[in-house]
Design a protein. Structure first.
Length: 244
């Protein structure tokens, strides 16, 4: 036999239910809002595994990107990313107070199916609204290796002009892209190397000092044979004096 029992709630019991319901609602609201507000401003983590980290100022201006190869950024100018396929390498991109790239660190390396090794590391610093002026680089392609510090003079025109050209011509055939770039170079002077020091691909340790046109004028080298050489050159590249 089934019994049906009906009870009438007392006023006290109703008040308890109302208070209990209110408490549950408040707790639920706190949990939901906490979930949307994210972690506290200062947090400590023992370890993070990520593919990319974007470091920004309080107003959102990008200042640094730490990334793997697949998520590497394009070129940032005034906080806006251009040419998303500009690079495909792991590393760190440095950006100035205006959100424009002003240097970076990239690195990579592998051995292909034929056993050929490629390996590189590159640390650079840029001129304002221009390209790199100082580079520390180590590179290997099979048996060819060099490790060099280079210094470069950059022109004063705004690199935004070049980026705009590359964006407007990226859908054109390669030969048309090269022709447009060649026309651009006729009115925009190119960079000129001013000096380098390091271990070259011919196994020599060498220092090269260049004039404002990028021409070698003094070369100090110690080739693989171990015999040091000091050379002075004229503007045409002819050695005018050599020691010994």
């Amino acid at each position: 036999m089934t019994h049906s029992i009906t009870r009438r709630s007392s006023p006290f019991g109703q008040r308890v239910l109302v208070v209990y319901s209110g408490v549950l609602t408040a707790v639920f609201a706190v949990v939901v809002l906490a979930g949307f507000s994210g972690p506290p401003a200062s947090s400590h983590y023992d370890e993070l595994t990520v593919q990319r980290i974007n470091i920004v100022e309080a107003d959102g201006t990008p200042r640094m990107v730490i990334t793997n190869k697949a998520r590497s950024p394009g070129l940032y100018l005034k906080g806006v990313e251009h040419l998303p396929d500009y690079r495909k390498t792991a590393g760190i991109v440095f950006l100035n107070d205006e959100g424009t790239e002003n240097g970076g660190l990239i690195f990579g390396g592998a051995k292909d199916g034929n056993g050929n090794v490629s390996n590189y590391g590159h640390l650079s610093f840029d001129q304002y609204m221009q390209d790199q002026t100082m580079v520390l680089e180590s590179q290997q392609n099979a048996d060819q290796r060099h490790s060099i510090v280079t210094v470069t003079d950059r022109p004063t025109w705004d690199i935004t002009e070049l980026v705009t050209l590359l964006e407007h011509t990226k859908a054109l055939p390669p030969e048309q892209q090269q022709a447009a770039l060649a026309r651009f170079r006729t009115t925009h002077p190119d960079a000129q190397p001013r000096g380098s020091f390091g271990r070259t691909e011919d196994h020599a340790a060498a220092m090269r000092l260049k004039d404002a046109q990028g021409r070698d004028r003094v070369i100090i080298s110690v080739p693989a044979t171990g015999d040091p050489v000091l050379q002075f050159l004229d503007a045409n590249g002819r050695v005018t004096k050599q020691l010994p």
